[in-house]
Design a protein around this ligand. Structure first.
Ligand code: G1P
Length: 295
């Protein structure tokens, strides 16, 4: 029997320099995809996978994230008085339960491994999920839910640790963490190695770590002591590599698509894809797109 995954960690301390000037006073995670912040899309993915407690590792200038996942009494009151019942009910339905969110600060930008380690007290001694908010996922045609739900299913089957992966072209592997593939069952496979940002031409495969993880709490003691890796940062991939010496890791090729909203192109593509999938705006948006003519 596997222990249920109840908690998820969202590392949201990054500066978002690639989106300046938009991110000068707004956290990059609060930029919108259609009608909600990037981060809300990712939190909804976690909730769909059964997550009950949402842990945000934030930094200076990110307080608005905390406000976003709280009640806005004035707004609720105004919506109610104006009879905007639909909007009021939608906000209420999206609000995490009282006590279901926690916030801690990373203090210094020492890398993803360090950000996850900052959540150690809040996670405690149980397996947990990590979702990188730059990576926004959409469910695929098989209707099997978004990426984290598929990871949880793989975890219930294999136990141990789970990493979602995605295929990229060989020219792109150097920008990501890359896994080595062992016994392969198609939808999931045994991970036999990992490397963070391999130099061009050296990646062991084209399966990249795509920003969804289910990890055992033993990772925290490792993250506390590992040396800085790629880019002079404490890398989560290096911590997982160490944990893989004693625990199993499986990769999940999920049904769906990831948009890398850490880049302008990925962010713009996510807006188009989510607008086309949203019944409130899809047909009107399609008509607007057509006005650009064929490219
Ligand atoms: C991080 C991880 C990397 C992963 C990537 C996905 O890198 O370290 O393994 O492939 O996210 O976006 P970063 O984007 O922080 O450089």
């Amino acid at each position: 029997m596997t222990k249920r995954i109840r908690k998820a960690v969202f590392p949201v301390a990054g500066l978002g320099t690639r989106f300046l000037p938009a991110t000068k006073s707004i956290p990059k995670e609060m930029l919108t995809i259609v009608d909600r912040p990037v981060l809300q899309h990712v939190v909804e993915e976690a909730a769909e996978a059964g997550i009950e407690h949402f842990i945000f590792v934030t930094g200076r200038g990110k307080a608005v994230i905390e406000d976003h996942f709280d009640i806005n009494y004035e707004l609720d009151d105004t919506l109610r008085r104006r009879g905007k019942v639909k909007e009021f009910e939608a906000l209420k339905a999206q609000l995490p339960a009282a006590g279901a969110t926690s916030f801690t600060r990373q203090q210094a930008p020492l890398g993803l491994g360090h950000a996850v380690w900052c959540a150690r007290e809040l996670v405690g001694d149980e397996p947990f999920a990590v979702l990188l908010p730059d990576m926004v996922t959409m469910a695929g045609p098989q209707n099997s839910g978004r990426c984290l739900r598929q990871c949880v299913e793989a975890y219930e089957k294999h136990g141990g640790n789970i990493i979602a992966v995605e295929e990229v072209s060989p020219e792109e592997t150097h920008q990501y963490g890359v896994v080595s593939i062992g016994k392969d069952e198609g939808a999931s496979f045994e991970i036999t190695g990992m490397v963070e940002k391999p130099p061009k031409g050296t990646a062991p495969s084209t399966s990249i770590i795509s920003g969804r993880y289910l990890l055992g709490p033993e990772i925290f003691a490792i993250l506390e002591r590992i040396e800085k890796g790629a880019g002079g940062e404490i890398q989560l991939t290096d911590g997982m590599k160490e944990l893989a010496k004693t625990q199993a890791f499986h990769g999940v090729r999920f049904d769906g698509k990831t948009y890398d909203c850490g880049s302008k192109i990925g962010f713009l593509a996510a807006n188009v894809a989510f607008a086309l999938a949203n019944p409130d705006v899809a047909s009107a948006f399609k008509a607007e797109l057509k006005k650009f003519g064929p490219f």
